[in-house]
Design a protein around this ligand. Sequence first.
Ligand code: HPA
Ligand code: ZN
Length: 335
Amino acid sequence: MEAFIRGLPKAELHIHIEGSLEPEMMFGMAERNGISLPFGSVDEVRAAYEFTDLQSFLDIYYQAAEVLQTEQDFYDLMWAYLERVHRESVTHAEVFFDPQTHTGRGIPFGVVIGGLSRASVDARATLGISSFLIMCFLRHLPESDAFQTLEQASDFKDSIIAVGLDSSEVGHPPEDFASVFAAARQQGFRAVAHAGEEGPAQFITDSLDLLLVERIDHGVNCEQDPQLVERLVDEQVPLTMCPLSSVKLRVFNSIGDHSLKRLLDGGVKVTVNSDDPAYFGGYLTDNYLAVQPALGLDRADVVQLARNSFEASFLDDDRKARLIGELEGYARSEG
Ligand code: HPA
Ligand code: ZN
């Protein structure tokens, strides 16, 4: 089963590129950019990755992102991620980035998007892996800030497929961002939002009704509202779940408690993702390998999760059909 999962063609739809910053790369960039870190060694950094909730993680994550300074830094970060997941059979990735984390400390939007998109183009050309960029608004900042970010993105529209909403969920409901999401959709951006990670099921409903998002990121708290679960099934709203993340951030006590299998069996379009792989103990394949035995997934479940990941993607119909065909061929020949 492990070899089957490693070789299984799959897509990743929920990865924050800043969350793929490995401690080794953090030290390398700190050194080349003349930045001092509050950690003495790579081991010390890893030891600090003990989180009690989302906020305790975000505090470290935003601080670490300060080593990212130049276009080359953003290129190296994106390239390292794509090159790594390409080796574990990821054929397509939709990658979040947080422009405000960088523009807020004086790094121009163009530096961020320039490095990320150049790596995306190079990875498609040399490795064959396709990737899209999703620009997230930080929900702990005011909507006016998000509008400024949308404005800055206007020169780079061709490199950004969608907008998203992330950062501290509790106390920052989706309705606070309804206007900026409407403006973004009007400009042609697609839309997703983190909801129901720590926040209530109502935030999932409101993200669908007020932000008009096409996917929900995490969505684990949907089970609080059986009618909402029914709606997710009826409308086939994809949930981009991140099992290792939800245990690290103590949403669930253990992987065995995760709702993914219950929801999958109930007909919800769930997908497996890594969220912030450098912080939460693993990349996409590690997440599949964690849930498979813990939730008793069989081969058909695993193949369904991978099929969902392509179906829920923003790929055009041609490439989507091709990548699903590749997956089906693999499942037949390895099954
Ligand atoms: N939730 C909200 N914001 C985030 C996350 C997350 O899991 N990871 C990075 N930013
Ligand atoms: Zn996330």
